[in-house]
Design a binder for this molecule. Structure first.
Ligand SMILES: [Zn+2]
Length: 233
């Protein structure tokens, strides 16, 4: 089990505003209440996240930034970094990788939380690219002294992340009890009002049912499932 306290740092890397809350919001709220310092990197601005033809992409991006900032406050995050890539516009390239390495070297997390890239067949391309590039950034790019020497000159020393938890995995092996933090997860999720198709009452029931499937694995009612990767130094 991953123990959290005031000495621990976590970096959450999310493709779109709202993915972290839906996949890992209960865990983030729980760790935050245990004193961990948790920062969030939001890779895209979610500017295609509406079917309302009266809202253009600039307006929806601005709205989603506000929603994400509000959710970050509910979760007690120390910082939210917006990379502002267009929705459906992420690529596995040098620029994006360097940005994630930079955030890892700045925040120096014990644990990185991000989305599992390896979902089979149908998956959102931004989810795939975020998960894949996050894992590459963790290992080996953030760790290696000779990767990004220009960052060293700025004082951003290499950093070894030892634990990664992937949400949205087809193959979860780690379950985190969210009985105490489920309502905070819902509070954070429902900050993303533009993305919610159901009332909180109906939505909560659906989410509760989803996480009730995993609770018994850790003797709780509700748990969030993850794939855990332990990285050797
Ligand atoms: Zn997403």
């Amino acid at each position: 089990m991953i123990q959290m306290d005031e000495s621990k740092k976590v970096l959450v890397i999310t493709p779109h505003p709202d993915d972290a809350e839906s996949g890992a919001g209960g865990t983030i709220a729980k760790w935050s209440s245990q004193g961990a310092n948790i920062a969030l990197v939001v890779c895209t601005n979610g500017n295609k996240g509406t079917s309302d033809r009266n809202i253009d992409s600039v307006k929806i991006a601005a709205l989603r930034k506000m929603e994400q900032s509000a959710a970050g406050e509910v979760l007690g995050l120390s910082k939210v970094v917006f990379l502002d890539y267009p929705d459906q516009g992420l690529e596995d390239n040098e620029k994006f990788r360097a940005q994630l390495v930079r955030e890892i070297r700045i925040h120096r997390p014990d644990v990185v939380l991000t989305i599992d890239p390896e979902r089979k067949w149908i998956r959102h391309r931004d989810h795939y690219v975020t998960g894949r590039v996050s894992l590459d950034a963790v290992f080996p790019y953030a760790r290696d002294y000779l990767a990004y020497p220009e960052m060293i000159a700025e004082g951003l020393e290499p950093h070894k992340v030892l634990d990664v938890l992937l949400w949205g995995s087809d193959d979860p092996d780690t379950f985190i009890d969210i009985d105490e933090s489920f309502e905070t997860k819902m509070d954070a999720l429902y900050c993303h009002e533009s993305q919610m198709s159901q009332s909180r009452e109906l939505g909560s029931e659906r989410w509760r049912n989803r996480f009730a499937e995993y609770g018994p694995k850790v003797n709780s009612i509700l748990a969030e499932p993850f794939k855990r990767l332990r990285i050797r130094g």
